[in-house]
Design a protein around this ligand. Structure first.
Ligand code: SAM
Length: 180
């Protein structure tokens, strides 16, 4: 089972920061990869640098949504304010993903999303019926999917770790697991 986020509608000149944040949320909240429909090497580089320092196996790829749909095998959730309330379907999706081991693709847009996405998606789901943002919709969906357990996720091969503290910052360098 794997969880991938498909970012449609990315325009490198306008959406660089938001798509970077979509990727960071995907990684931090328990997805395994992101696929972006328009090439933007700067995003790939900056996310790879985060993975190198903070750990885990999160990956970034570029492909059109048609390519993604063609090779994907599993269930897909398109997050859209026009969909059904996501809280009504989340248990069904948890069962498919965690008990039946289905791969999950979560699709988020930027501006207007092509009509085929609504047709392709197994579920079109709304995180409230109000317009907000792909970042918040994705974060809330992933958090509910994992029932909040991703908060304690450990990232393997991390070089840096934060020691939570009441004030200030405490970051420690983690010794390599391979070193004696
Ligand atoms: N007007 C656009 C449309 O017709 O889809 C919405 C653009 S919105 C800025 C960008 C993305 O945020 C959407 O494609 C969707 O993935 C996500 N989004 C925004 N509000 C949402 C909501 N209430 N529920 C789920 N996803 C939402």
């Amino acid at each position: 089972m794997s969880i991938t986020v498909l970012r449609v509608g990315h325009r490198p000149e306008r959406d660089h920061r938001i798509t970077t944040h979509v990727a960071l949320v995907s990684r931090a909240f328990g997805a395994d990869s992101i696929s972006i429909w328009e090439k933007d090497e700067k995003i790939k580089k900056s996310i790879e640098s985060v993975v190198k320092r903070w750990g885990g196996n999160f990956s970034v790829s570029f492909e059109t949504y048609k390519q993604s749909f063609k090779k994907f095998n599993g269930i897909s959730v398109h997050l859209t304010m026009y969909g059904l309330p996501f809280e009504d379907k989340i248990e069904e999706i948890q069962d498919l993903v965690f008990n039946q081991n289905k791969n999950l693709m979560i699709i988020v847009g930027a501006e207007k999303v092509p009509k085929e996405i609504y047709e392709f998606a197994t579920y079109n789901l709304a995180v409230t019926g109000q317009p907000h943002s792909e970042i918040s919709a994705l974060a809330l969906f992933l958090d509910r999917l994992h029932k909040g357990k991703e908060m304690k996720k450990e990232f393997n091969n991390a070089k840096l770790k934060i020691v939570p503290c009441e004030k200030g910052k405490n970051i420690i360098a983690v010794e390599s697991e391979k070193s004696e």
